[in-house]
Design a protein around this ligand. Structure first.
Ligand code: BGC
Length: 274
């Protein structure tokens, strides 16, 4: 009993916010411990996942968000059901509105994501780009923690996402995968999906990444690259092959970066509490 009480007291220093990551195949949510301390940036309990409805249109996606939220609301230590909640989404998100659809259905363009989700969830919702969410999480709790200057978090997945963080402040919608490179959109050649599609060896894929990262480095002169997305789990296969001026390291939060960053975005700016 004593142990139980003291555990609850210890963990109460972490404000808890719900974060949900909307992906092409799965929608994942969790209760995120924020604030600072050894457990900050981790999830309370397991994450909860529901496959993304297909076709992934606004109404069914919003209904699935509501189902995930209901499950998380029912958990011990959930924030109150009127508390703000964060969602990350794989597109440009400007003032809560979806402005691009590289890897999602085109009907999303122009959709008021925030308005639609708030209507279904009946609470304040903050919507951010998925790579921006990963960037917020890495900068606050992961590989970019305490790093000053310009940090680029680049996610390699179905597309290429990018987050630009300067002295701890996010500059949103850094659509680095849409940079034109060698006459095509960079993500069509250098995403993790392109590696699988073109059946590239790691050495062949590293050549494409080299071209991409050199280009980004040349334009933005970052102080640190952090590589996220599914393949950040196997950094030894390609990171040692890259020749860059800028240090390049794998992301640390991996699968939960989107959830944690969405919660951070809902809770306040990255600079809060830094
Ligand atoms: C989209 C970005 C997104 C990235 C990762 C790209 O295709 O344009 O907005 O962040 O994929 O999901």
């Amino acid at each position: 009993m004593t142990t139980h009480t003291s555990t609850a007291q210890r963990s109460s220093k972490y404000p808890t916010t719900i974060g949900i990551d909307v992906g092409g195949t799965g929608m994942k949510g969790g209760l995120v411990r924020l604030g600072s301390g050894p457990k900050a940036g981790t999830l309370r309990g397991d994450r909860f996942r529901i496959p993304t409805p297909q076709p992934a249109m606004p109404e069914p996606v919003a209904a699935t968000l509501a189902a995930i939220t209901a499950e998380l609301d029912g958990r011990e230590k959930a924030p109150k059901p009127s508390a703000p909640l964060g969602v990350c989404f794989p597109s440009i998100v400007k003032d809560g509105v979806c402005l691009s659809a590289n890897n999602i259905d085109h009907t999303w363009i122009g959709t008021d994501l925030r308005g639609t989700f708030e209507e279904h969830l009946r609470r304040p919702v903050t919507v951010v780009n998925d790579a921006d969410a990963a960037g917020l999480a890495e900068a606050r709790y992961g590989a970019g923690r305490g790093v000053r200057g310009l940090v680029h978090v680049i996610t390699l997945g179905t597309g290429i996402g990018g987050a630009m963080i300067h002295d701890g402040m996010l500059v949103p919608n850094f659509e680095v995968g849409s940079l034109e490179l060698d006459g095509v959109m960079a993500e069509s050649r250098a995403s993790a999906k392109a590696r699988e599609r073109d059946q590239l060896s790691w050495a062949e894929y590293a050549e494409r990444l080299q071209r991409f990262f050199s280009h980004v480095e040349r334009i933005f002169s970052p102080d640190l690259f952090i590589v996220g997305g599914g393949i950040s789990k196997r950094p030894d296969d390609y990171l040692p092959l890259l020749r860059l001026r800028t240090p390049i390291v794998p992301a640390q939060l991996q699968n939960n970066a989107g959830i944690v960053g969405a919660a951070l975005a809902a809770h306040g700016s990255l600079a809060d509490g830094n």
